[in-house]
Design a protein around this ligand. Structure first.
Ligand code: CA
Length: 468
């Protein structure tokens, strides 16, 4: 039992510390004040899938109440320029779990679902955050969507996670999963620790249930939970229980999307309630963000931002993004400097007191001193994006942003004066264009070509499905 051995080794290696933690937990359960910094903080990443910048309350959404997601921003820090390292699913996840621009290791497209494809996935030479945190004594779990390769060596249990509940593909039907042997990506079995299980609940509810159970199961030790909802990604499917909350939304796609977000928000409420009951709120760092901007043709909105999923305009890469760590981070603070999904890796490692890999470039930075106002400088001098192996790219430097698409010339936007990216000012600012293009060229030289291509998109559904 490799997992059992790992757990025993973990206990032996940290027995003194764990005993102290257990004592502190016991005390807390009976109302005593836990000693400060008595334990390493738990870390939770909650990732939504294809959630638009305009579709949560804390970013101004009016037709979909999200009180639980809003509470993260209310009790923590809202990043008003929270960015992701790619405008679509899998590459963002590769960057999130490695802290590195994913094009450094060729992860620039979505892997197709094929368990016999050993190339299409997060290269095993990359070091993942759960691997780093395990070395610091953490128990690690993933609930939800993986999308970083379907071959056995790419499985989350082989990439640093002690426990898994979810599916390994890029999306899933919310009501149906077939038994072992199913090869259509959105119908593959739901797995628990790599083994197919029968799941009867609406998938979003099932993920919420499993996330709360993980926290309860591991309340006594430092844990890392990666809760990667596939909601509100297509297929737009929601039970009547959630659809009934939105009788006034007429557009069927928007209504299903709203219902899916409402389920996700309820689930986050369950998870936060578990932390509260276990008196773990001040011991737990909770990040929430989306993996890319919203696809507007599937019911999402991106507020005032231009474009959506797949685009390098802000609508594709700027997402709802917030963090809470009660009693440690400011509450109700807005942080306006650009931050990026890559930063979660370094932030989590710093909070855990874990060593960052020293043999490779880590692009993300620890955000804690920035949100605590210990560092006044922006976390990043520049940020970069590349899609299609260089077909398109973008560079952000302060107020300036270059966007180059296909064969067109680089366009320059002043995001302070023009947050909607309506006016290309490249002709008026040739020096800025030159500097940012040169910076891109230098960064691009550090990258490799894409290791694998994205598969053709799945067949389109005609409309949202409704089920009980
Ligand atoms: Ca996505």
């Amino acid at each position: 039992m490799a997992r059992g051995q790992t757990r025993r080794e973990f206990v032996e290696a940290t027995v003194a510390g764990l005993a102290g933690v257990l004592a502190a937990r016991g005390g807390a359960a009976f109302g005593a004040e836990p000693p400060p910094a008595a334990r390493k903080p738990n870390i939770i990443f909650i990732l939504a899938d294809d959630l638009g910048s305009g579709d949560v309350g804390f970013m101004g959404c009016e037709d979909i109440p999200t009180p639980n997601l809003d509470s993260i921003a209310k009790h923590g820090v809202r990043f008003t320029c929270g960015l992701v390292s790619h405008p679509f699913c899998s590459p963002t996840r590769a960057g999130l779990l490695t802290g590195r621009y994913q094009q450094r290791f060729g992860h620039e497209n979505n892997p197709r679902y094929d368990p016999s494809d050993h190339k299409a996935g997060l290269p095993v030479s990359e070091i993942t955050l759960p691997q780093v945190l395990k070395q610091a004594g953490y128990v690690t779990g993933i609930v939800g969507k993986w999308h970083l390769g379907a071959a056995p060596e790419h499985h989350p249990l082989k990439r640093g996670f002690d426990e898994q509940f979810g599916f390994v593909g890029g999306g899933h039907n919310y009501f149906k999963a077939n038994p072992a042997g199913e090869t259509r990506e959105y119908l593959i079995p739901i797995e628990r620790n790599g083994q197919p299980v029968e799941e009867k609940e609406y998938l979003t509810d099932a993920f919420s249930r499993e996330a709360a159970a993980f926290v309860r199961r591991h309340a006594a030790k430092p844990f890392f939970l990666y809760l990667a909802y596939n909601a509100p990604h297509t297929p737009l499917e929601a039970p009547d229980k959630y659809l009934a909350r939105f009788p006034k939304i007429e557009d069927p796609s928007r209504r299903a999307y709203a219902a899916m977000m409402s389920a996700l928000d309820d689930g986050v409420g369950l998870l936060l309630a578990a932390l509260r009951e276990l008196k773990l709120e001040s011991d737990t760092l909770v990040f929430f963000l989306s993996d890319n901007g919203g696809p507007t043709r599937y019911g999402a909105t991106n507020g005032i931002l231009r474009g959506g999923k797949g685009a390098l305009h802000e609508g594709g890469i700027r997402v709802p993004f917030a963090v809470q760590w009660r009693d440690r981070l400011p509450e109700g603070k807005d942080y306006a400097q650009p931050v990026i999904s890559l930063d979660l890796f370094a932030t989590a490692a710093a909070a855990a007191g874990a060593q960052l890999p020293a043999d490779r470039k880590i692009d993300g930075v620890n955000l804690l001193p920035h949100v605590l106002s210990e560092k006044a400088t922006p976390p990043h001098e520049r940020l970069f994006w590349r899609t299609g192996g260089g077909t398109s790219y973008a560079v952000r430097e302060g107020r300036w942003k270059i966007v180059k698409t296909g064969l067109g010339d680089p366009m320059l936007y002043d995001l302070e004066a023009d947050p909607r990216e309506t006016t290309n000012v490249a002709d008026a600012q040739p020096d800025v264009v030159k500097r940012l293009v040169a910076a891109y060229d230098a960064w691009n030289k550090e990258l490799v070509p894409p290791l694998f291509d994205s598969p053709a998109p799945p067949p389109k559904k005609k409309g949202p499905e409704r089920k009980k």
